[in-house]
Design a protein around this ligand. Sequence first.
Ligand SMILES: Nc1ncnc2c1ncn2[C@@H]1O[C@H](COP(=O)(O)OP(=O)(O)O)[C@@H](O)[C@H]1O
Ligand SMILES: [Mg+2]
Length: 404
Amino acid sequence: MNKNEKSIVLISEDSALNQRLDSLLGAEPSLVLNQCPATLAQMNGKAQEMAQSTDLIIFRPEADLERDLAALEGIRATGGQARLLALSRGDVSLAQARRLMQAGVAEVVPDTVDDTELGQVVSRLTVGRRLTLAASPEPQGAVIAVAKARGGVGATTLAANLAFALRGPNRRFGKTPPRPVVLVDLDVQFGAVAGFVDLPPNEALFRMALDGIEPDSFFVEQSVAEAPSGLPVLAAPEGFMPLDALRPAQIARLISTLRARFDFVVIDLPQAMVDWLVPVLEAADRLYLACDASVPCVQQARRLIDFYHEANMALPVEVVISQGRKPLFPSRRITEAAKVLEQPLRHWLPSDPKHATEAMDRGRPLAQVARGAALTRAICHLAKDLTTRLACDVQTSRHPDERS
Ligand SMILES: Nc1ncnc2c1ncn2[C@@H]1O[C@H](COP(=O)(O)OP(=O)(O)O)[C@@H](O)[C@H]1O
Ligand SMILES: [Mg+2]
């Protein structure tokens, strides 16, 4: 084979699909397409061999994923270079797609996509950097921590509504399923998230601390509850829980388990500085620090930023001025505050006690209570800004030949 050619193996029992790919890719001079009319599991060890010598394996997942997942595990274990594309039936669920991707599949595409799009996916997966399957990491959701420089400034309001906004515009009843986002209340002593989302307090974190539980995917499955708004939430316990009952290793594991499952893990942090904040800060992609523009609050924010940076120098900490409207012309106080905090004050959440209280009392996100309100729009804007900037971070941190 010419070294510029890419080899593709199609593993599928569906003759219509095989014909479609043959006519789509067969005539392409830079591609060599081989077809295996079988399922991935039926290939036994052959698929593993292929992973060593092929650029791309396209396969049709079975209705029951378990056999595919077992076969994928075998392929991963060989450390082969091939990338994997699952060409599923149109009714594949988000949960099934995530499981396939966790097992090392680069993309899961429903066969309802048109030929142009399918061609683009194939060329994206056959050119550029090749993934080593053995090293292919689990999907890593972004971890967004929300802290506060003083109690009552509006951190939980921000965390709960930011988490909801990150789910995306179509949320529960739209065509596109909402982006998987989880809201976690680690303000375990004064946790108010449960009330904000109309769920009862949750004893899971208390049990985890008391029984020394390692929070694996089973624990997460059992502990995360769906709020009436549709948002998955891990709320704090009701009773008093000593802050140091949680171990840093448990929090580290909890976060890694959650981020394997959710695209965003939004964490409401306590004001206290405890040792298990370190794993949160190490894992976090962003920390929003809710603050007001008063001198004592800004000074406390400064101290906290220094504390956070001691744990993770690279963590972007962005101050959010809560309950204050961005002035058209910044006063001297604001200019001074920005200087002390060593950052421009980009994020402002206007004061809106009426809607903030109504949303809290009804246990609903602001977007469902007061869609057009300035406070709701400001939080949506923050969520958009976050997703855009995280995407930029990914682009700039990637190796140049990995960028498309
Ligand atoms: N932007 C805002 N405008 C007006 N009131 C707000 C705003 N954000 C929060 N609040 C109110 O302030 C109180 C404390 O909010 P909360 O989010 O629980 O603060 P924190 O978590 O920082 O202690 C609540 O009554 C809430 O409704
Ligand atoms: Mg709070």
